[in-house]
Design a protein around this ligand. Structure first.
Ligand SMILES: Cc1cc2nc3c(=O)[nH]c(=O)nc-3n(C[C@H](O)[C@H](O)[C@H](O)COP(=O)(O)O)c2cc1C
Length: 311
């Protein structure tokens, strides 16, 4: 490589790095400027997301032994304020808002110690399931408690194989899967905090992507997403319970580089924790198709100017 080519390469690398950094800063700014707002200043979309987001935090908290671990207190206040604001504005209470209200009630019961975790019965879930694809999709849940039982190697290989049938941009298939099997000599009890889950999961699968052949910024993350969706659905179809854990910024990429010689052009995007389920999680209700969709018919001219978003 000539000196000129080398300098060119360094400049391109620096530009890509800078662009990624700018994207991350933009994302953080969007997040913090939303979270700093009073609920009264939020638009409908922000308020809806805040209700689902804080509802999820309280749902997770109720699976912990006590409040100090679950850390749901401030989220509870935020959820109450957000729901009150939603109702004050007279917006329709879709299934996701009704679910969040239920979670709030459950959290209050859990706080005063009068209620333990409420789960749907096994019979109820089994009666609803058949092997149709839609049923597998609808019944997969994030599972955060597992039996202290080894997962057979054939099953792990089968679900990774299913993951490799996912579509990838330009057919790149730039994956590498790291599988960490728990020998159960470490602590395997614990709550549903990320740290506890990482320690007790019978299996952790980390997905890394070789980013060298992507000129697009978001395609590697999308490829990871499609792949992981196949993986968690396949795990569910085989009777395993999984939970995704976003890892891009939080994981120690260096651990993979130093222990497994992972080259610097690979990035670990996500971990999937899995094992035989030791809980039957209830479903966080979904937003309605109507609320999340805009059908655009024909030339769309007559719709110009209409606001489709919850601003
Ligand atoms: C990209 C991504 C990252 C996630 N990270 C975490 C995580 O760090 N910890 C966790 O407990 N759940 C995590 N989840 C699981 C979500 O909380 C869960 O999918 C959501 O609450 C909906 O519940 P369900 O999967 O049971 O339908 C993650 C999910 C996705 C898609």
């Amino acid at each position: 490589m000539t000196l000129k080519e080398r300098i060119f390469k360094i400049i391109i690398k620096a530009l890509i790095f800078l662009k990624k950094d700018l994207d991350v800063s933009r994302q953080r700014m969007l997040f913090y400027s939303t979270m700093r707002k009073d609920v009264k200043e939020m638009d409908k979309d922000q308020l809806g997301q805040l209700i689902r987001f804080t509802g999820h935090s309280l749902d997770k908290a109720t699976k912990c032994e006590n409040e100090s671990v679950g850390r749901g207190k401030e989220k509870k206040e935020l959820l109450e304020m957000a729901i009150n604001e939603w109702e004050r504005r007279g917006y329709a209470m879709g299934p996701d808002k009704i679910w969040a209200k239920e979670i709030l009630k459950r959290y209050n019961l859990w706080c005063d110690g009068s209620s333990k975790l409420i789960q749907p019965s096994k019979e109820q879930i089994e009666a609803e399931i058949d092997n149709n694809l839609f049923s597998v999709i609808e019944h997969r849940r994030s599972v955060r408690f597992w039996k202290r039982k080894k997962v057979e190697r054939e099953k792990i290989e089968k679900i990774i194989k299913a993951a490799t049938f996912a579509p990838t941009s330009c057919n790149r298939m730039a994956w590498h899967f790291f599988v960490v099997e728990n020998d159960f000599n470490n602590i395997v009890e614990g709550n549903s905090t990320n740290k506890d889950m990482l320690e007790k999961a019978p299996v952790r699968i980390y997905l890394a992507i070789d980013e060298r052949l992507y000129p697009e910024i978001y395609a590697p993350a999308m490829d990871a997403g499609f792949t992981l969706q196949n993986l968690v659905l396949a795990a569910h179809a085989l009777g395993l319970g999984s939970c995704l854990m976003y890892h891009c910024e939080s994981v120690n990429q260096g651990w993979f580089r130093s222990n497994f010689n992972m080259p610097d052009y690979y990035r670990v995007y996500c971990a999937v924790l899995l094992g035989y389920p030791d809980e039957i999680p209830s479903m966080p209700a979904r937003v309605s198709v109507e609320d999340a969709t805009t059908f655009i018919e024909g030339s769309n001219k007559h719709n110009i100017g209409k606001d489709y978003f919850g601003r």
